[in-house]
Write a protein that binds this ligand. Sequence first.
Ligand code: 2AM
Length: 171
Amino acid sequence: MPRLFFALWPDDETRSRLAAAVESLPKLPGRLVPARNLHITLVFIGAVTAEQEQLLRTGADAIHAAAFELNLTQLGCWTHAAVAWLAPEATPPALLDLVARLQSVCREAGLAPDTRPHVPHLTLARKVRRVPAVNLAPIRWQINTFALVESAPGRTGSEYRPLAFWPLIPA
Ligand code: 2AM
């Protein structure tokens, strides 16, 4: 069964800017997430049946939520999860609204999404317990879509593949 999650998936231009920002940092310890896999998870779902996946897609079709902008300004690290991340200076209410709607879509599909408070972060590296203090040049990312993404084991860690995108309503 595929392992799925809803995510913010960078367009090519944003992905290039993210990759350039990572390259400009002092080398992070641990295992870097390849540029092709960079994303922000909205709701992690896990393994689903074909029927549940169809319910997720139909539920996502019915979402009318606002587009928003993220301004990634923070480089940090969670020691418990051993991940280094980029995070926005503030969490836009529109992002939390989208997460809440996607959690309901999951529940309506009979799934139990993680309901801990959502802390948006873009994982840059794993097996990291500290990051250098840096002055990060802010990275602006206009969010016009959200995606359903599949996570599959790869040779060097998980590989992520967007399966479908949905538009957000321009502000
Ligand atoms: P992370 O980057 O903080 O590890 C795919 O695995 C994505 O879903 C990752 O971005 C991961 O966040 C997130 N995720 C959230 N909860 C997860 C879980 N229980 N298992 C695997 N990934 C999870």
